[in-house]
Ligand binder design. Structure first.
Ligand code: SF4
Length: 374
């Protein structure tokens, strides 16, 4: 393994489900103790394959539903089973309704150095529409409490393009959030997943999403506002105060760096192999208790699949694709093979080719999915 891997731990529990969410979680906390036992067994099964990590991301679901002792156990088990390199980025996702300053201080003492808080919006109407269980006041207080606990690396998640949300409501949220100078912001456009309650309402025609033009305007205005405020727009949805605060863990996914995911639905990747666990907590627990692997499927990616993924992932990031490294790694000269289409995209202002890199412009990032079809 040439690059140091990242570790993802899925905590598949939420107090209530938000109507738009497609992440896997259950609302029955009775499973938590058994789940943790199984999680620790799964960790042990990988200690030879993945010996060391320099990022850990505890996400969900809602990790902050666990009590502090349980979160401590997770960190301790990681340290028992693997080597966590010095200076590792250790992130935990927090729901603003679950803030507790003494628990946060304990997390900090345990080495957690980054919090990712699911703020989503500061507009009470939007929070209600999204069926979030926190209020605007709790969202603001969550940021203040995190600072009070000594966290100097805060990531805030926000959503725009919500039915009923206009540009003013979104800009109000963004302006208020900026007043806290978070180190990182993830601004996601709401996507409707067909299997969610919101998706079903959408199919019935009960709700309407902003059209393509308004969606594009939201994206461009967001990027402009945050870049004017000094943030670097380094991936489609990601902004950081400076390069120190780029999410090191997420970059593993974008750069084909190995990662290990533990828990239901978690994905892992190493060399050209990717595998993922069943999307069922009961199945996960039953499999592990019976000594079986919880993996649902494994795929081996061909060189061509890896190359296409690298184009897609590269064009979702501001850094883009380093043309010489790409040619060396995939035995493929992008300029020679795709010169004509690249020239057209450059003329349309969607990409730029400079200093050995092919990278998307802001307008290109807005349509990054279609760019990768080159
Ligand atoms: S958005 Fe977060 S809190 Fe809401 S259901 Fe999904 S994982 Fe749970």
């Amino acid at each position: 393994m040439s690059k140091t891997a990242g570790l993802y731990i899925h905590i598949p529990f939420c107090r209530t489900r938000c109507g738009y969410c497609n992440f896997y979680s259950v609302t029955n906390p009775d499973y938590i103790p058994n789940y943790l036992k199984c999680l620790f067994k799964e960790m042990g099964a990988y200690r030879r394959k993945f010996s060391r990590f320099d990022t850990v991301y505890i996400g969900g679901g809602t990790p902050s539903l666990l009590d502090i002792r349980q979160l401590q156990d997770i960190i301790e088990k990681i340290q028992e089973n693997f080597i966590l390199l010095s200076g590792a980025e250790i992130t935990i996702e927090i729901n603003p309704a679950d803030m507790d300053i003494s628990a946060l201080k304990t997390l900090k003492d345990m080495g957690v150095n980054r919090l990712n808080i699911g703020i989503q919006s500061l507009d009470p109407k939007i929070l209600t529409f999204l069926e979030r269980r926190h209020t605007t006041a709790q969202a603001v207080s969550a940021i203040e409490t995190s600072r009070g606990a000594g966290f100097d690396n805060l990531g805030l998640d926000l959503i725009y393009g919500v039915p009923g949300q206009n540009m003013k409501s979104w800009m109000d949220t963004l302006t208020q959030v900026l007043s806290f100078r978070p180190e990182h912001l993830s601004c996601y456009q709401l996507t409707i997943e067909p299997e969610t309650p919101l998706g079903k309402r959408h199919q019935k025609g009960d709700i309407f999403l902003p059209g393509e033009k308004l969606g594009y305007d939201f994206f461009m205005k967001t990027a402009e506002t945050l870049e004017d405020a000094g943030y670097t727009h380094y991936e489609v949805s990601s902004f950081a105060k400076n390069t120190t605060f780029f999410s090191r863990h997420n970059r593993k996914y974008w750069e084909h760096t190995p990662y290990l995911g533990l828990g239901p639905t978690a994905h892992s990747f190493i060399d050209n192999r990717r595998w993922w666990n069943h999307r069922s907590l009961e199945r996960y627990i039953t499999d592990i208790e019976a000594g079986r692997s919880p993996v649902e499927e494994t795929e081996s990616l061909t060189m061509e699949q890896l190359r296409l993924e690298a184009i897609h992932l590269g064009l979702c990031t501001k850094k883009g694709i380093h043309l010489k490294d790409f040619a060396r790694e995939y035995d493929y000269d992008l300029i020679a093979e795709k010169g004509e289409i690249l020239k057209k995209l450059e003329e349309e202002g969607l990409i730029a080719i400079q200093n050995g890199y092919l990278y998307p412009t802001r307008a290109g990032l807005a349509v990054a999915d279609s760019l990768s079809l080159i």
